[in-house]
Design a binder for this molecule. Structure first.
Ligand code: PLP
Length: 363
């Protein structure tokens, strides 16, 4: 009677997450621009910390993550007592859904929003609710209109992925202040590190009881392979999340490496400015070829084509040239391609290949 063995409601409605492609058959050394990874890699100091951690692999990790939380507090000016570390910020997103959503409740996110919001909502048995954006920009009024008695969580990423667009703290404050009492606003700051002088919403967290921020080491800090992220919230939320967090959810190697990475402020600054410089080369180069994009505040550009067919044809041509970008039809943007900002040579290669495509050399 295997039919009697069934998962919790909602789980079979999950479409598994599809990551960025990393290989093209028959092409060696393809440039991967499909997962928003840092083309410069992590700080040397982080790599050194990772090497040192190899000598302690027989030891269980710290359970309270105190050293990394203290470093985050110092560098980002947050309160260490209200920081929680996770196996990527994906794990913090999952904790939030597990803790606050469930059958009969709703989790609101934007239409071109990160896929993990609806996956984690469904995994918790909740119903994801998709809200339209205004020309690829998070629409506060539409989000507020979608909230009701069942709403428990509202997720927005700022800057957003895959659009690269950003909204102001004043707009976010208006959203937080207009939410129903039982709803928590989650600010996903995966790309906040790319925005000069932006705190990712930390001050909104500090001034309210209904705002949580998630951050990651996977993007600017170049540690996607290590799986480490963090969350920052009001004390009552962090207390709840810590109750469901496994004691050893993050390895000591990840904790030590992330601490060295966040303390290497000079390298983070270098990566941020290199990203901005190369992003301009990429975005302006594409725009000159008739491929526009919204001003991006992140480490990728959402390149818009005339149709889904054109985007797909360009994607195929780029692959044949050893350039792997991200199709975003799954994010309801079938006529666009998301291109991670690579190093300068990668950005110039993309522009060159798109020029060939536009001039019909791909035919
Ligand atoms: C990459 C990304 C994350 C980060 O995920 P990790 O689990 O920390 O690697 C979170 N949110 C968005 C919108 C992202 O693009």
């Amino acid at each position: 009677m295997t039919q009697a063995i069934a998962p919790q409601p909602g789980i079979m409605t999950i479409d598994p997450y599809v990551g960025g492609t990393s290989h093209v058959a028959g092409i060696e050394n393809a440039v991967k621009l499909s997962s928003n990874e840092n083309p410069l890699g992590p700080s040397d100091k982080a790599v050194e910390a990772f090497r040192r951690a190899a000598h302690q692999l027989h030891r269980y990790p710290s359970t309270d993550h105190a050293a990394l939380r203290a470093a985050l507090a110092q560098v980002h000016g947050v309160d260490a007592e209200r920081v929680i570390c996770g196996s990527g910020s994906d794990e913090i997103i999952a904790f939030l859904c597990q803790a606050y959503a469930g059958p009969g409740t709703e989790v609101v996110h934007t239409v071109h929003g990160f896929g993990m919001y609806s996956i984690s909502a469904k995994a918790a048995g909740a119903t994801p609710v998709e809200v339209l954006e205004a020309d690829r920009v998070t629409d506060i009024d539409a989000l507020l209109a979608a909230c009701n008695k069942k709403t428990r969580l509202v997720f927005i990423a700022n800057p957003n992925n895959p659009t690269g667009t950003m909204i102001s703290d004043a707009e976010i404050a208006r959203l937080a202040d207009g939410l129903p009492k039982q709803a928590l606003l989650v600010l996903d700051g995966a790309y906040a590190d790319y925005v000069e002088g932006y705190d990712g919403g930390a001050s909104l967290v500090d001034s309210r009881q209904n705002v949580v921020m998630t951050r990651t080491f996977s993007k600017l800090y170049g540690l996607g392979g290590l799986r480490i992220g963090w969350g920052y919230g009001p004390a009552h939320v962090i207390d709840v999340l810590n109750r469901i967090r496994g004691p050893f959810n993050v390895s000591q190697a990840a904790l030590d490496t992330a601490e060295a990475a966040v303390r290497d402020v000079a390298y983070a600054d270098h990566c941020r400015s290199e990203n901005a410089r190369c992003r301009t080369i990429l975005a302006e180069g594409l725009a000159a070829l008739g491929v526009p994009s919204d001003v991006s505040h992140a480490n990728f550009v959402l390149a818009r084509f005339g149709s889904a067919d054109e985007a797909n044809a360009c994607d195929a041509w780029l692959q044949s040239q050893g350039l792997i970008v991200r199709k975003v039809a799954g994010y309801k943007l079938p006529a666009a391609l998301r291109v991670t900002v690579g190093d300068e040579s990668a950005c110039r290669r993309v522009v060159h290949a798109v020029r060939q495509f536009k001039e019909g050399k791909s035919a």
